[in-house]
Design a protein around this ligand. Sequence first.
Ligand code: ZN
Length: 164
Amino acid sequence: MRFEKDIVFYISNTIAEKIDTCIKLASPNEASGYILGNIQENNNNGDFNYNYYSVSFYCIESSIGSTVSFILDNDQKMLELSEHLMKNENLKLIAILHSHPVGTTPSSTDKHNMKYYHNSGLKKFAHLIWIIVDSQNKEMNGFIYLSNKLTQIKLRVSSNENLT
Ligand SMILES: [Zn+2]
């Protein structure tokens, strides 16, 4: 898989704890949620890099077992929710998170969904990060669809709340 070192996604310990709680609540189903925050673009003499800073996490309480079908069947709902959150908290939807029973490798359905959102024509979903958490060991990895290719990004979990 392609790796993009110029995109770094920061998850604070507070957010990591919320993700942990979300996984416990969803069990035995897989958890999912939205991460809201800010994206900072840095230009070092034409060499761009992007930092994603997570500010809050929303655990999705899905009545249906499958996270993936929830996301795919509810893009209109998701759009409304992200607009509502943006208006009320002035934050961007920067990532969709879901858990896997084992591992953090995107499934073929995940890949399909990433491509679907990337090509949806909705600008706010064009740079969305997809985070997959291993329910067992809580390991996380982040992915983005870039130039029509599935790309892994750098993900940092930090105890420092003031990363900016
Ligand atoms: Zn998945």
